[in-house]
Design a protein around this ligand. Structure first.
Ligand code: FAD
Length: 300
């Protein structure tokens, strides 16, 4: 449980262990991503989300990151969630923030407000460029990182893409720009979801060759439904290993099977990543506790 809010550097410089009298395991730093619920005028879904996080609190997360609609579409709701995570759940919230289509003055106001709330960390993003984007005070996330680091006392995380960003022509070029974000002051990288650990291992190797030394925290999505997976993977470049895809296709109508398969696969993925020495695991919770809880029961 978080007593005082910590910054990213302190969180990932800790060495945590768990085990018993006969063995000791290095415990990864656990963090979760949640998103502001859609169509929630009466706040019922937000209350449900807070209850799900109350369950997940058991696993002592160091951070809970909260997504942000590009262009600020859900800004107020995002701030409400951050406030409840911090003050009601006594956890450490990390707002995401996208700079696309946002004026510098609005960015300043937002950063000022979250600092006033006592927030220590932010995930700085460009965001997807919407059609008819009206203003580009910042063209890339690196410019936002530089601005935050100059003007604010916040630790900054950025996004990384083990299978390259959708607009990028090559892994090398994408990693060159990732290094640029780190050079501008990013403290940690959180990755896009992936299912093939070899993609993550290859990515971290190239990052190391390029001189990126900050922690690269893998993003883990427990698959809980076949259609949900197809929808999510259509939005970004993600390879689904043949063995997983074949089983998912064969049992696409069996929800219980798919959920169990997703939990078992993510547990296997996490165990392999821990054995390889990752500093942390960042779970895309989709605002639900069940699958992530089971994975954490399996691996911790
Ligand atoms: P950038 O780092 O700016 O990179 C964008 C592209 O431009 C890349 O292809 C990069 O290689 C290239 N590039 C970077 N700098 C330069 C340069 N100087 N010159 C030329 N090319 C350059 N989206 C949301 O809307 N809300 C969220 O809350 C959110 N959370 C996310 C969390 C994580 C962990 C991840 C992985 C993604 C998230 N996204 C979110 C998606 C993200 O906004 C999109 O992927 C977006 O298209 C890119 O944002 P970025 O910060 O990675 O951009």
């Amino acid at each position: 449980m978080v007593e005082a809010l910590e910054n990213l550097k302190d969180i990932y410089s800790k060495e945590e262990y768990s085990g018993n009298m006969f063995f000791t395991l290095k415990r990864p730093i656990i963090s979760y991503e949640v998103f502001p619920p859609k169509n929630d005028s009466n706040g019922e879904k937000l209350n449900e989300l807070i209850n799900e996080l109350r369950i997940l609190k058991k696993y002592e997360p160091s951070l809970v990151s909260v997504t942000y609609g590009a262009g600020g579409s859900n800004r107020d709701q995002s701030v409400d969630i951050i406030d409840r995570i911090k003050n009601e759940l006594k956890l450490n919230p990390m707002p995401h923030f996208t700079c696309v289509s946002t004026r510098k003055s609005e960015i300043k106001d937002y950063l000022f407000n979250i600092e006033k709330m006592g927030i220590k960390n932010i995930l700085a993003l460009r965001g997807d460029i919407p059609e008819g984007a009206f203003c580009h005070d910042f063209l890339y996330a690196s410019e936002l990182v530089e601005f935050i680091k100059k003007e604010h006392d916040l630790s900054v995380a950025v996004a990384g893409y083990p299978e390259t960003h959708i607009e990028s022509e090559s892994l090398e070029s994408d990693i060159k720009w990732l290094k640029h974000k780190v050079d501008k002051g990013a403290d940690v990288i959180y990755t896009q979801l992936f299912f093939d650990n070899n993609k993550y291992f290859g990515f971290t190797e190239v990052c190391a060759d390029e001189g990126i030394e900050v922690p690269i925290i893998p993003g883990i999505l427990p698959v809980t439904g076949y259609n949900q997976l197809l929808k999510m993977t259509s939005l970004c470049k993600v390879t689904i290993p043949k063995i997983l895809m074949e089983k998912l296709e064969k049992h696409s109508d069996d929800k219980d099977y798919t959920k169990k398969l997703g939990i078992d696969f993510a547990s296997y993925q996490c165990r392999q990543l821990i054995d390889a020495g990752v500093k942390g695991l960042h779970f895309y919770t989709l605002n639900k506790s069940e699958a992530v809880s089971e994975i954490l029961e399996n691996i911790l």
